[in-house]
Write a protein that binds this ligand. Structure first.
Ligand code: AMP
Ligand code: MG
Length: 356
């Protein structure tokens, strides 16, 4: 494909990262990340063991201008040299989304550039095109603090939902399990580290929707029963933290691999002509090495290739928002985004026919 190269500023403020980045390229990628500034508010939220929305909004407001200035300076790009500005318009914590989107609208108006309102989940979904130039269609496992979904991605307007969590997101489950075990926030990385020295079969934990009396076909996830089972065990006996972490992580791996295997069959049914299908794993939990290894093993058995973006592009960042905006702009979308309102909820598969 030949085409114009776009240079896009991305702004991300939907949770507890204030981020701005400049990305250059053309679909299907890979693209060039000219800068990628991420200011994490983890310390501000740590005393509360989770993200406090009001603290997040204020922190975004205080720092967003400086983060954008830094991203432009690191990239050696001026506002005038941009082809457009992309900002997360949802889903997320509404106060934070308002800060980023309103800032982007002001900048776009001031420098007469197109504004692209980006779905945060689309940012995660398309990151593997920015990093690896992965062609459509591909199967996406999105595993983050707020989301757990399996989607068939046929194009930027074609998302087919194969499964999603019916309760907690997988990152949320890691964070809650870590809290039960007295590990520091954010819990995911701490629990993974603790699990390295533990026995994954030490504690008997359920695999909701996968095994037992409530097993269910399809690709939906459930994690709240697993977390509750861990809490009950912790109340009944003094748990070895390494063993409990390893057992919890093993249960999560069993759930993720079982549901991904089911979604692989749905993907093959939807896209029968794809010779070498690709599984893309995105979101903060994709940084987990044990999960990555298990998914690589599954993919090898099922004839899928795996693409996992590097950890700094798996957790929330603005390079993925800039890239998603770039893809939308390249397809002629985004011109009227000044009228778009921030959205707390914005399902990715809403525009497209739901798969199964
Ligand atoms: P995100 O929502 O995409 O910013 O990702 C943040 C979530 O990913 C949090 O819930 C973290 O606990 C989780 N997370 C980050 N690293 C890991 C890891 N190594 N293992 C499991 N979960 C992780
Ligand atoms: Mg995220």
């Amino acid at each position: 494909m030949t085409g114009k190269t776009f240079t896009i500023l991305g702004i991300e403020t939907s949770c507890d990262e204030t981020a701005a980045a400049v990305v250059r390229g053309f679909p299907p990628g890979p693209g060039q990340i000219l800068s990628n500034v991420v200011f994490s508010q983890t310390e501000a939220h740590a005393p509360y063991g989770g993200v406090v929305p009001e603290i997040a909004s204020r922190a975004h407001l205080e720092i967003v201008d400086g983060v954008i200035e830094q991203a432009l300076a690191d990239a050696c790009v001026t506002l005038g040299e941009l082809d457009g500005i992309a900002a997360t318009a949802g889903p997320g914590l509404i106060g934070g989304v308002m800060v980023g989107l309103t800032t982007a609208k002001g900048l776009a108006l001031a420098c007469a550039k197109p504004l692209v309102a980006v779905n945060h989940l689309m940012g995660h979904a398309l990151t593997a095109r920015l990093t690896h130039g992965v062609a459509f269609p591909f199967l996406l496992l999105l595993v983050s603090g707020g989301h757990c979904q399996l989607l068939g991605v046929g194009g930027i307007d074609d998302f087919r939902l194969y499964g999603s969590t019916i309760d907690d997101a997988v990152g949320e489950a890691f964070d809650k399990a870590a809290k039960i075990l007295g590990l520091p926030y954010p819990g995911g990385p701490a629990l993974e580290a603790a699990a390295r020295g533990g026995n994954p079969r030490a504690i008997d934990l359920p695999r909701p929707l996968v095994t037992g009396h409530n097993a269910r076909p399809g690709a939906d996830f459930s994690f709240s029963g697993l977390k509750t089972a861990l809490r009950l065990q912790a109340q009944q006996q003094r748990l070895d933290v390494a063993d409990a972490s390893a057992s919890f992580q093993a249960a999560v791996i069993d759930i993720l691999t079982d549901r991904t295997r089911a979604a692989m069959a749905m993907f093959r049914a939807d896209f029968p002509d794809v010779d070498m299908p690709v599984l893309v794993v995105a979101g903060g939990v994709a940084a987990n090495q044990a999960i990555g290894a298990a998914l690589n093993g599954l993919a090898a058995r099922e004839g899928f290739a795996v693409r996992i973006p590097p950890p700094r592009l798996c957790t929330d960042n603005a390079a993925m928002i800039a890239w998603a905006g770039l893809e939308m702009l390249a397809q002629g979308e985004g011109e009227s985004a000044l009228r778009i309102s921030p959205r707390a909820r914005w399902p990715l598969a809403g525009k497209a026919p739901v798969g199964i």
